[in-house]
Unconditional design. Structure first.
Length: 531
């Protein structure tokens, strides 16, 4: 348990910072108490003494300072105790919803002789960790391997903190096999031994509270000018204490991670290397699915109801295309970790909705495509409900710039205007319209870099061409698991449209695009159906 002892030493260093802050806050009160006691006993400024008036002034001044510092310290302590600690949203999984998963976690805890997590939750991200319970929140004891009591500095037994929640990245549940998930979770579950230590738990709560208080101070300063002095003081004190204990807290967490990793070596160590390889692959597929597939749907107020099932499809497709992924398809014959859930489809839907809210907000319209609801969409309906709808909305937006009266006699006029060098004008108009119509930004999650005006013009021109192809009956909208919306001609994805569009937008050369349209059998003078 040397690693736990090292972590506990660092935790106690953090708590000593807290104790030192309390001592500093108590100094003025102690000084005031000495001055008052000296006056009562006659040792400091006795009545009638030449220096009595001076000592009385000192007592009033120090007493006032002591009262001010004491009230400030009490207010700071109340804020630290009641501030909302940051906690990543997750979908809670009851034991009745995943009894096999709970058994797997308990078995891991028993093999490593550590307390078992109290519950399990899934997060729409490629990460796994232990989430300590919030202060005052009801928390059940660990089902097995209960946390052992500890002794404090005076030798008194103290109850161990409530067991934490094991938070698992949902892409891991759907892509990894059961044995791989078990190996991946071993070092995470081992960390419950440190979470059960009162000193480590107290140090973590203190650091988290300081971090949350620092954010609260910045928020208060932005809300009102009247609160800025108090917010500045709150932020100053929080920042100073956080600076003093940050290094100790970092060393504590490194010691915890090192010990947990060493403790987990006894559990499926060989599989842990393979599991780590799957972590990188799962992250790559998840990132592509979010930015190329989910994000277009979120922008029009629709959320794919089975994101994690999409991860499996995306990674299976990646394993077919990428030579580095050779051999991964053979894993699909083994039992997937999502089989440990009683109703994986329902849980996937809950995680998918949480992902939409976390990464994009509560739904809304983007690019002039108004939406009246924030609704799920099945993968089978995605090409028509999302891909074609986006193409129609972008086409209408571009046609609106060419034909303000709302007519659709623009598919030949647009090419002529690009040929005449109007790309910059159209790009600027699209950018202005996008800025006016865009919903409030989500700064915490920037899934894609900002697009330039030329990028927007290229997207809208591509959408107009795709709508023309669909209306002619020569093509249909489709979904590529790694690249998102695609155009299918005869059931085959066409990848040769990007180059002609780029030439038309960047250089005004519309000949390659006209040749592409002729090859597909699209007449540029034929109107496009708009929403």
């Amino acid at each position: 348990m040397a690693g736990v002892e090292a972590a506990r030493d660092r935790a106690q260093a953090v708590l000593r910072v807290r104790g030192a802050a309390l001592a500093v806050a108590a100094l003025p009160t102690a000084a005031a108490a000495v001055l008052i006691a000296g006056g009562v006993t006659g040792r400091l400024g006795a009545a009638g003494a030449p220096d009595a008036a001076g000592w009385d002034v000192a007592r009033w001044v120090v007493g006032a300072i002591a009262l001010l510092v004491l009230l400030s310290a009490l207010a700071f302590a109340v804020v630290l105790r009641r501030v909302a600690l940051p906690q990543v949203p997750a979908v809670q999984i009851a034991e009745t919803e995943a009894p096999e998963l709970y058994r797997l976690v308990r078995d891991l805890a028993e093999r490593m002789d550590v307390p078992a997590p109290a519950r399990v939750a899934l997060t729409p991200d490629c990460d796994s960790w232990l989430e300590d319970p919030l202060p005052g929140a009801p928390c059940e004891a660990a089902p097995s391997s209960a946390a052992r009591p500890h002794s404090d500095a005076l030798g008194r037994e103290t109850a161990a903190p409530p067991a934490p929640t094991l938070v698992i990245g949902s892409p891991f549940m759907w892509w990894m096999r059961v044995a791989e998930l078990r190996a991946l979770l071993a070092p995470v579950v081992a960390g419950t031994a440190c979470s059960a230590d009162p000193d480590i738990a107290a140090a973590r709560r203190f650091v988290r509270a300081l971090d949350a208080t620092l954010g609260l101070a910045a928020d208060l300063a932005d809300r009102s000018a009247w609160l800025r002095p108090a917010a500045a003081l709150l932020g100053r004190v929080s920042g100073l204490l956080l600076h003093r204990c940050r290094a100790h807290a970092a060393e504590m967490e490194r010691a915890v991670a090192s010990w947990a990793s060493e403790q987990a070596r006894q559990v499926d160590y060989g599989l842990r290397i393979a599991a780590q390889e799957q972590v990188g692959l799962a992250y790559a597929g998840w990132d592509r699915l979010l930015t190329r597939v989910a994000l277009p749907a979120w922008r029009i107020g629709r959320w794919p109801g089975r994101l994690d099932a999409g991860v499996v499809a995306a990674l299976t497709e990646l394993s077919r295309r990428d030579r580095l992924a050779e051999g991964f398809e053979t894993r699909l014959g083994e039992r997937p970790a999502c089989d440990l859930l009683e109703e994986p489809g329902r849980i996937d839907e809950a995680v998918s909705l949480l992902a939409a809210r976390l990464f994009h907000g509560d739904g809304g319209a983007d690019g002039g495509a108004a939406t009246a609801r924030w609704a799920p969409v099945d993968w089978a309906d995605y090409p028509v409900a999302v891909v074609e709808r986006i193409w129609r909305a972008q086409s209408a937006e571009l046609v609106g710039l060419l034909e303000p009266d709302g007519t659709d006699r623009a598919i030949d006029r647009l090419l002529h205007r690009l040929h005449d060098g109007a790309a910059e004008e159209l790009a600027g108009a699209l950018t202005s319209r996008r800025l006016r119509a865009a919903p409030p930004p989500q700064p915490e999650f920037q899934l894609q870099p900002p697009r330039t005006g030329r990028d927007l013009l290229g997207e809208h021109l591509t959408a107009l061409v795709c709508c023309a192809a669909v209306d002619s009956g020569a093509a249909e909208p489709g979904l590529d698991w790694l690249d998102g919306p695609v155009l299918l001609v005869g059931g085959v994805r066409r990848t040769d449209l990007a180059a002609p569009v780029a030439l038309a937008v960047e250089h005004g050369d519309d000949r390659p695009l006209r040749a592409w349209l002729d090859e597909i059998g699209i007449r540029v003078e034929k109107p496009v159906r708009l929403p």
